[in-house]
Design a protein around this ligand. Structure first.
Ligand code: NAD
Length: 459
């Protein structure tokens, strides 16, 4: 997984080195050396912090739980990235997620570096009290490397505003008298969080898709019709017609993305399938997404899994196994669960012509190459799912100023920021044969490399 990110960074550096406008001061041998130095700096984390948190369980047993905080790169600002609570967390995964954060922040001009954390546990198997203890322990063990100007964690899979509130409170008591509001983002609003943070990632994911297929496409239709770019053909073939959308994952990101797709006035969507860790729900006439959100809100986030539960939810659907969300007939597949979901073993059965990565790294390198060759557009994670970190940045700013924005202001700033990136990237993407992921990486690596060069890191 990390290899894929590293390979695309190297390809991006190779493309940049051929561009005479990229750091023109570097010539000949020095330019070649700079390539090797930049590849080394960008593809390795600055520091990996690992601890085994001592946790007393409620049954009296004491266990040690592996936990990580990875600092990938801070050339652009303090490290920033979520803390994942999941049983499959491992060092390689956290490094890759931190790497993606560095690239994402650079791409969207967010003044943060890249970091990520993880705790190896299944939160569903722990009591609230145990989760409270483990959250506090995480802050105690990593307190010296965290802080509003050092490293600012946020929620990720398995964690949410409750855990961020606990963690900020622990940070405050460990560092009395020090600024603490900006130490964690994704907090509850009453505890200094930002309005709109909960919905930010899912709204940003859908906005990115809609902007490409509606706003940008309508403005650029004549030009796109004249190019023979295969991705332009794909976009045009889907424009102005009803779209069947399937969404994998129905948590924070997936449920909001599905709701945005359901409510969208600009495109004629039908959300035909959604899935979670248990099952897929399918209805070719479209699912009632608000009813499913109401159901999950009172069932620990889970979709209905039996005919009886479906009846209770008031939703008409067929219950399929959880992988089927990927392969049922749909024009657009939005991935909002975990990594490596679309891979060599299932890629040939995925019918979608556009894949949107709400999750981080949900498409493997082999599948990525396969879809690129078929002209399928993949809207990559670092472009599509940056809404969370953008609004986290707004939360951090609001915490510093203790001046709070309205929800309307937050969403307007979020969409403006994403629009700025899209207006830079999309003309390049439809104008050359590189896939969208490569275009995003080139832009991101260009900024990071120039900053590293100017900070004297290539000597
Ligand atoms: P979440 O824990 O709220 O939801 C995860 C969802 O995925 C749940 O519905 C769960 O049932 C489902 N799921 C778990 N395993 C599955 C499987 N094998 N198949 C299908 N569904 C499965 O997490 P989230 O915050 O929505 O994050 C989802 C993804 O988005 C992650 O990759 C995360 O890193 C990424 N992301 C999240 C944010 C954010 O702000 N929350 C920001 C950027 C990226």
């Amino acid at each position: 997984m990390q290899g894929q990110t590293r390979a695309i960074v190297e390809q991006s550096l190779q493309a940049l080195m051929k561009d005479p406008l990229f750091i023109p001061d570097l010539q000949d041998n020095i330019r070649e050396q700079a390539f090797t130095s930049l590849a080394a700096i960008l593809s390795t984390p600055n520091k990996i912090h690992k601890s085994f948190l001592r946790m007393p369980l409620e049954n009296g047993q004491v266990v040690r739980i592996p936990a990580y905080r990875v600092h990938h790169n801070d050339a652009l600002g303090p490290y920033k990235g979520g803390i994942r609570f999941h049983e499959s967390v491992n060092e390689e995964e956290v490094i890759n997620l931190a790497f993606l954060m560095t690239l994402k922040n650079s791409l969207h001009d967010v003044p943060f570096g890249g970091g990520k954390g993880g705790i190896v546990l299944n939160p569903r198997e722990r009591t609230d009290k145990e989760l409270n203890v483990i959250s506090k322990k995480y802050v105690q063990y990593f307190a010296d490397v965290l802080g509003p100007d050092k490293d600012i964690p946020a929620p990720d899979v398995g964690s949410g505003e409750r855990e961020m509130d606990w963690m900020m409170a622990e940070y405050k008591s460990i560092k009395p008298g020090k600024p603490y509001r900006g130490s964690f983002t994704g907090k509850s609003v009453i505890n200094g969080g930002s309005l709109g943070r909960r919905e930010a990632t899912g709204k940003g994911v859908y906005y990115t898709f809609r902007y490409m297929l509606h706003d940008f496409l309508l403005k650029q239709e004549d030009w796109l019709n004249k190019t023979d770019n295969p991705f332009a053909k794909t976009a045009l073939s889907l424009a102005k017609r009803p779209l069947r959308i399937s969404v994998q994952g129905f948590g924070n990101v997936g449920s909001v993305t599905a709701l945005e797709a359901y409510q969208c006035q600009e495109l004629h969507n039908k959300v035909v399938a959604v899935s979670d860790r248990n099952c897929t729900l399918y209805n070719p006439d479209g699912l009632d997404i608000p009813a499913l959100i109401s159901y999950t809100a009172v069932h620990q986030g889970d979709l209905p899994t039996t005919a009886e539960q479906l009846k209770k939810s008031g939703v008409k659907a067929e219950i399929l196994n959880r992988e089927e969300v990927l392969t049922i007939e749909a024009d657009v597949l939005m991935l909002a669960a975990l990594e490596d979901q679309v891979h060599k073993g299932n890629m040939a059965k995925v019918p979608a012509r556009i894949i949107v990565e709400g999750a981080n790294a949900p498409v493997t390198a082999e599948a990525d190459a396969f879809f690129n060759n078929k002209g399928v557009i993949i809207i990559p994670d670092i472009l599509a799912n940056a809404g969370g970190v953008i609004v986290s940045y707004l939360e951090w700013l609001q915490g510093r100023e203790t001046q709070f924005l309205s929800e309307e202001e937050v969403f307007s700033m979020l969409f403006n920021k994403m629009k700025q990136t899209l207006d830079t990237i999309l003309p390049k993407f439809f104008g050359d044969p590189h896939p969208l992921r490569q275009n995003c990486y080139i832009h991101s690596v260009m900024k990071l490399s120039t900053v590293l060069y100017r900070q004297g890191k290539l000597y």
